[in-house]
Design a protein around this ligand. Structure first.
Ligand code: GTP
Ligand code: MG
Length: 324
């Protein structure tokens, strides 16, 4: 396939085209994924999530810049960004703002930025994100940053697919408490207090530290080597302050995963998620092909009339197809 070859040869236009195919799950996109898959497994995935407006995009922007301009004699990494935009009313403007801020990275062939809109289909979004990351991985991007707004379960699921997960909060965190309730804190490898130029940093840090300690005792593991207490890192993305330190902490986490054997676990988890999703999708499609729409509607009516429970109905509907 010419498009696949072009992507492997670093053609950016081909990459953009292929990502569109892959996001939409077209036959050509799926075929390309099959062909590219053997070239994947090299990229390091960093999930960046947190409440709306906490400065995720600004931070991602700064991280990309720092990865492209490393201090000392480290070589610059090729970096891709997937910005998952939940198409919520408030994010439209923010995305535009992101584009403006991304401008200092424009023209750098070692950077590729992709925005993905959810169009209301969040399950599909997780799959599309995994697939896009695979394409970017095959295309030779060594670090892939995935930004999601940590508002819903699907976004949390997406973030969870990363090797290192950053949860970004701000001082004066009324919203943050909500986000933490949504289980977002449990998935954090690193907690970032961004906008550290604003008042209330100490309180935010104290609060987070308390939450981290509670969460840690809950998921206590016997395996000393696997234990990782999420560090709390302060940043001012607006001025790029604390970003190099954040990068160092990310590297420490990567080293911890490597030394404890957990990096392979994370990769397996990611592949398992992808596999299960695809099996579910296929089974569901097959089932829809076999069950008569009328029979389904009729069953729904019977549930509505309380003649049958959803559980019994599901069993019968699946039985029907099993007998075919
Ligand atoms: N004071 C201050 N403002 C910041 C800082 N970082 C980002 N901002 C501002 O906060 C606003 C939101 O920043 P974004 O980077 O778009 O935040 P986001 O989390 O990506 O937003 P969504 O994607 O819409 O959820 C912008 O006006 C930024 O300029 C910071 O460290 N300090
Ligand atoms: Mg953003």
């Amino acid at each position: 396939m010419r498009l696949v070859e072009a992507v492997l040869n670093g053609d950016r236009l081909a990459l953009a085209r292929l990502l569109t195919q892959v996001e939409q799950g077209t036959p050509a996109g799926l075929k390309a994924l099959d062909m590219l898959f053997q070239h994947t497994g090299k990229a390091y995935l960093i999930g960046v999530t947190g409440s709306p407006g906490s400065g995720k995009s600004s931070l991602v922007n700064r991280l990309v810049y720092a990865l492209r301009h490393p201090i000392g004699d480290a070589s610059p990494k090729r970096v891709a960004v997937i910005a998952v935009d939940p198409s919520s009313p408030f994010s439209g403007g923010a995305l535009l703002g992101d584009r403006v801020r991304m401008r200092d990275l424009a023209g750098d062939a070692g950077v590729f930025i992709r925005s993905m809109a959810s169009r209301g289909n969040l399950g599909g979004l997780a799959r599309a994100t995994v697939s896009s990351a695979q394409v970017l991985d095959a295309a030779g991007f060594e670090v892939i940053l995935i930004e999601t707004v940590g508002a819903g379960q699907a976004e949390v699921d997406i973030a969870r697919l990363a090797d290192t997960i950053l949860v970004v909060g701000t001082p004066g965190m009324g919203d943050e408490i909500q986000a933490i309730k949504a289980g977002i804190l449990e998935i954090a490898d690193i907690l970032v207090i961004n906008k550290a130029d604003q008042p209330g940093v100490e309180e935010a840090e104290q609060f987070l530290r308390m939450m981290v300690e509670t969460a840690l005792t809950q998921k206590d593991t016997d395996d000393e080597g696997k234990r990782w207490s999420p560090p709390i890192v302060r940043t001012i993305a607006l001025r790029g302050e604390g970003v190099q330190n954040l990068l160092d902490v990310i590297q420490q986490h990567a080293a911890h995963l490597e030394n404890s054997g957990q990096s392979q676990e994370r990769v397996r988890h990611r592949l398992e998620y992808d596999l299960i999703n695809r099996v579910q999708e296929r089974l569901l499609a097959r089932w829809w092909g076999e069950v008569a729409e009328a029979a389904f509607r009729e069953m729904l009516e019977r549930i509505y009339r309380r003649e049958i429970s959803p559980c019994q109905a599901a069993e019968q509907l699946v039985e029907v197809t099993n007998q075919l």
